[in-house]
Design a protein around this ligand. Sequence first.
Ligand SMILES: [Fe+2]
Ligand SMILES: [Fe+2]
Length: 243
Amino acid sequence: MAAVSEIAPDVFRISTFVPDFNLQFNQFLVRDEEPLLFHTGPRAMFAVVRDAVATLLDPAKVKWIGFSHLEADECGTLHEWQQLAPASTAVCSLVGKLVSIDDFMAVRPSKGMQDGEVLTTGRYRFRFLHTPHVPHCWEAGLLFEETQRTLFCSDLFHQDGDVEASTHSDVLDRCRQVLVEYQQGPLANYVPYSTLTAPTLHRLAGLQPKTLATMHGSAYIGDGSRALHDLASMYKEVLGPTL
Ligand SMILES: [Fe+2]
Ligand SMILES: [Fe+2]
C-alpha cells in the first residue's frame, strides 16, 4: 500500500518503498479541475498507484498524465492509465511525442510540449521545461507549477531509503551518497554529465522553486534555487571531468 501525503496545496505524493532496491517510487497527483498525474510508476505498481489515487479522486477523471522521460517508473503504465481514464492525454516533451510516445506508448496522441509552453489545469499553471539529458534521456523535460512554485523534478534530488515525505533539511548529502554508490556498481552512469548539465540546473534554479518534488526520496521544501545551484556543484564534483 502506498503512503499518500500532501506536500503542497492539492499536490499529493504517492509513495511506495521497495526494500529490495532500498528505494521509494513517488508519483504526484495534482487535484484540480483537470487532474494531473506526474509519473505513473512501473507496471508492477499499477494497482497500488491506482488505489492511492482513488483515495483522492476518481481515477477515471485523471485528465493529464505527465512524465519526464521514457522509463518504466516515469510512464510504464501510461497505456493502463489511458484505458482507465478515457479522457486522459499524455503530456511530455515534443521530442518524446515525436520519437517514442505516440508510436508505442500512448493510446491517444500525446500533447508534445515545447520549452516554455504552459499547461493550465484550472487553478494551476504548469510551465514545461525541456531539459535534454537532465536528469537523463534526450526527451527529458520537467514541469514547474507556477502558482505554488513546485518543481516536478523527476530523478533530480534522488535519495535512497524509506525517508520522510517532505523535509526542510538539506538533502544534498543523501543525493551525493546515491551517486557515489551507483558509480561503483551496475547502475553506474545513471546521470550523464554533459555540456548541458550545469546550464540546465542553473536555469532551473532561476525559477526559484519552493518545493522540489522528486521521484525517489523526500520532497525538499525551502530554497529550491540554492538547492539546484548546490546540485550543479555536486554533479560537477562527482561526475564531472577530472582533468
Ligand atoms: Fe529516470
Ligand atoms: Fe526514476
